[in-house]
Design a binder for this molecule. Structure first.
Ligand SMILES: [Ca+2]
Length: 296
């Protein structure tokens, strides 16, 4: 119809237009159809309603593991693209550690909507690993050469007390539907804690006893947001009778911190002596989520 409306044009050319114009339109149509192919790959990606996206999440954020023990880290790869995303998932390996698998293929079966896929990695520090935290770098990288995409995150693994380590406390809050025993402070579980039984009365003490003497250069402390430990000393002993103060902290407000000693020492007992807690609407108790050793 548009072609016929060309009759308003001068007669001689209108005949010509009657033959030529469909070809021109065809050319325009072809150009439109071919346009995506003529664009650069980058421009083509911009036109993709679902440009590839990746995100990786590691849980737990911090794992606690005995020397020579095994921690399991769950890695969730989130992907969104027009078509499924294939790639490689890698976890860095501290020297001497086993990470299984350190590298594995992944596929996110997305078709436009974000999809999570879970992978599990087993992490084992050597039996003689230094105490303290190592940070593992986790990367997911697609193998699509035209529109590559990657994502990264980190997970911490703390090498904690050796197997057979026990804990004792000056007092333990009676169960109120939950356990608050001393062992909760060395169980590697950030959802459990030691809660003492004396409100605003000090000192409160928690003693960690290792089966063999260890070399230790400090401690890591995770305390509770509902009234954190503010004032304390850390002491060590080789016989449970003679104690040496290795660190003194006053006015602490950190929930997760390291407390280094002046030097590395050998000890078979480590104790935290609490002399002050932040006020809490839940009562001024000592609440210690984890006490961990630092390496020498
Ligand atoms: Ca705990």
């Amino acid at each position: 119809m548009i072609i016929e409306s060309g009759s308003s044009l001068p007669g001689p050319r209108s005949r010509s237009a009657g033959r030529v114009r469909p070809a021109v339109l065809l050319g325009v149509l072809l150009a439109l159809l071919l346009q995506p192919l003529l664009l650069s790959p980058a421009a083509a990606v911009e036109d993709d309603p679902f440009p590839p996206r990746l995100r990786v999440v590691a849980e737990p954020v911090t794992s606690f593991v005995q020397p020579g023990g095994t921690a399991m880290i769950t890695i969730t790869v989130w992907g969104q693209a027009r078509d499924p995303i294939d790639g490689v998932l890698r976890v860095s390996r501290p020297s001497g550690w086993q990470v299984t698998p350190a590298e594995q293929p992944f596929q996110v079966p997305t078709h436009g909507t974000p999809v999570p896929v879970e992978y599990t990695v087993q992490v084992t520090p050597p039996a003689d690993a230094d105490f303290g935290r190592e940070t593992l770098k986790i990367t997911a990288r697609s193998t699509d050469s035209e529109a590559p995409v990657k994502a990264a995150t980190e997970a911490a693994v703390a090498v904690s007390w050796p197997a057979g380590t026990t804990a004792e406390a000056s007092s333990v809050h009676p169960p109120g539907g939950a356990s608050f025993v001393a062992g909760n402070a060395i169980d590697g579980d950030v959802s459990t804690f030691w809660n003492d039984a004396t409100v605003a009365a000090y000192p409160d003490e928690l003693t960690v006893i290792t089966p063999e003497p260890i070399k230790i250069s400090g401690v890591g402390i995770v305390t509770h947001s509902a009234g954190w430990i503010s004032d304390f000393t850390v002491q060590t002993s080789t016989d449970g009778e003679t104690w040496s103060t290795r660190a003194t902290v006053k006015g602490n407000s950190a929930l997760d911190r390291e407390v280094p000693f002046r030097r590395a020492v050998t000890a078979s007992q480590v104790r935290i002596v609490v002399t002050g807690n932040a006020p809490s609407s839940f009562g001024e108790f000592t609440r210690l989520i984890e006490l961990t050793p630092l390496g020498g």
